[in-house]
Design a protein around this ligand. Sequence first.
Ligand code: HEM
Length: 271
Amino acid sequence: MPSTTDDTATTDHTATDPAVAEPADRPEDIAAAMQTPAFRRDPYPLYARMRRTCPVYRSPQGIWYLTRYADVETALSDPRLSNDRDRMTRALSARDGGMRGLSRLIGRLGRIMTNTDPPEHARLRKLVNKAFTARRVEGLRDRIQMAVDELVRYDPPTQVIIRVAADDLPVGGEILRTGDLVYLVLAATNRDPDRFTDPDRLDLMRRGNRHLSFGNGPHFCLGAPPARLEAEPAIGTLVRKLPTLRLDDTRALEWRPNPLQRRLRALPLAY
Ligand code: HEM
């Protein structure tokens, strides 16, 4: 995409101008807001607030949350933020109570590519890449791809990815210390007005849609090309076979409680 079509917003600086910044929220208030049903239904108002008042937020449990596009984009390519499973398990098990489930889960992931750092990561990635390049086809249908990208920008299934600081590093006026857990809130960066024009609008024709829903840097999602491609026949077939398909708005949508993965318990449909 040529840079002239980049969707970088340059006009709205209210979000970052300290002269008009809102007072910082207390960490415990942010943490409490994350536990509410309202956050589960729609996390984006809280993410907007965090971007404005505490873009590098340290939770009462000592976990950092990064919500600005620029910070997360940089963080995703910073080798000091490790994706190594062993480091992460150590960082998680050093915390109390509530984190034990997550620690066990990451422990079980085993030695897979997503949770390794370079150079081991590069070796594994090369092997897997071969399988994916074979699936790539010529002549992607641009508009469908744009629509799929906008949907995954607007409400990504992977809301947060986790890193652990392998070294001390400064981010946005704070210092992340070795061993600290860092949540990169992809979903919040996708609505950053410093990066996207009118970010809360679903615009299926959005240009230069460089969202972070598939990650960035060395761990960029290998499934992104097939995910984009497969959405087209999948959605096309559904609409052809069931032309009256619609959301069953007589039933409430219920989201699973996992704040890292945004998933519905069920998608109630009518046709
Ligand atoms: C809409 C669908 C998808 C989304 C939103 C998504 C999102 C992501 C994200 C955010 C990452 C980066 C993880 C990190 O940096 O820690 C990632 C990595 C990855 N994804 Fe996906 N993904 C999707 C579909 C798929 C599919 C369909 C596949 C497989 C067929 C896949 C395979 C992978 C693999 C193997 C990695 C690890 C790459 C690496 O560590 O180098 N993804 N994905």
